[in-house]
Design a protein around this ligand. Structure first.
Ligand SMILES: Nc1nc2c(ncn2[C@@H]2O[C@H](COP(=O)(O)OP(=O)(O)O)[C@@H](O)[C@H]2O)c(=O)[nH]1
Ligand SMILES: [Mg+2]
Length: 317
């Protein structure tokens, strides 16, 4: 097996256009007329990064790191500063080893992935796109519809399952989510399924409720497969700014998040939030959503992401 890599640089650039235009516009303002690097230059650069929805604290850390690395450079033109800045931004982002991920999927069958996140973050849509990506890798996928709180939830998930041509296991609205998870995994074992994607509800009355629910799902999954869920992906809305950071911290307290998916990076100028999320999470960002279509979930690649958001070709210098 070789995992299908959904990555298209042009599509990424297009999706990040708003963020990139704003950020690069500001960087260009900072660079204009400056042949050498001085304090004003750094102040302007700082402002550019804050505008891209990175917190002041994080920007300060990023620029401190940039200055430190610049000490090793003999040539200090704005172009060199940008090159170093990009490296610092890239190094902020934790990645996974795709070969190891492939190996884990091959060894663990079914490989159970739990999708969590607040309502509206993009969980259901992302499951549809993920199912499509895995199916394109030749894997067979079963979706478990464990968001049993809303009547429309099953319907929406079913549409996505049909679109991506994968199976779905569902029960009636109001069913115990953990019973859905149990039966989904049981069916996946019987049908020799490769990947199980579990949708969950984002809105539970209290944090305690959510914690108990996720804990029960874990326990029940573990009865059938001791290591399941093998992964828990947290879906965050790329537009949510500081709220996304808060959500991440809350979810990290109640479950073992193994990866983050940032959605809706198209149509926002807040793409810089990725650096904020990456720096604060200590968890790899695995995929990003750059549109509502089935092909719009891309594998996250820090190098390409940084190049797409700070495109060299757009920098005046
Ligand atoms: N533009 C855009 N919209 C998205 C993306 N991901 C999800 N959405 C939209 O966000 C809304 C909420 O998504 P949904 O999957 O229902 O969220 P859930 O409540 O977490 O399951 C829907 O209208 C989706 O079409 C994305 O990457 N880009
Ligand atoms: Mg949903």
């Amino acid at each position: 097996m070789s995992l299908f890599k959904n990555f298209n640089f042009n599509r990424l650039k297009e999706g990040l256009k708003k963020s990139s235009d704003k950020l690069v516009g500001k960087i260009n303002e900072a660079l204009t007329g400056r042949a050498v690097i001085d304090e004003t230059f750094f102040e302007n650069l700082e402002e550019s990064l804050v505008t891209a929805d990175i917190s002041y604290e994080t920007v300060t850390q990023i620029l401190d790191e940039t200055r430190k690395q610049l000490k090793n450079e003999s040539d200090r033109t704005p172009a060199i500063v940008l090159k170093v800045l990009k490296t610092v931004l890239i190094n902020n982002l934790i990645t996974i080893d795709p070969a190891r991920f492939e190996q884990r999927i091959t060894v663990n069958k079914p490989y159970v992935i739990l999708i969590v996140g607040v309502n509206g973050a993009g969980k259901t849509t992302t499951i549809g796109k993920l199912a499509n990506n895995f199916r394109n890798s030749g894997l067979n996928v079963l979706i478990g519809a464990a968001d049993t709180f809303r009547a429309a939830a099953n319907e929406q998930l079913e549409v996505w399952a049909n679109r991506s041509g994968v199976r779905i296991f569902q029960k009636s609205m109001g069913s115990d989510p953990s019973s859905v998870v149990y039966e989904t995994i049981r069916e996946a074992i019987e049908t020799k399924t490769d990947i199980v994607l579990v949708d969950t509800a984002g809105r539970l009355h209290t944090k305690l409720n959510l914690m108990e629910e996720l804990e029960k799902i874990r326990r029940v999954a573990g009865k059938l497969i001791p290591d399941a869920p093998h992964e828990t992906f947290l879906v965050l809305d790329g537009n949510a700014g500081q709220n996304a950071i808060k959500q991440m911290e809350e979810f990290q307290k109640i479950c073992d998040i193994t990866g983050i998916i940032v959605t809706k990076l198209d149509g926002t100028a807040k793409g810089g939030s990725i650096f904020q999320i990456g720096r604060n999470s200590g968890t790899p960002i695995r995929y990003i959503g750059v549109g509502e279509g089935i092909d719009d979930l891309q594998d996250f690649d820090p190098v390409q992401f940084v190049e797409a958001i700070i495109s060299s070709e757009k920098i005046i210098n």
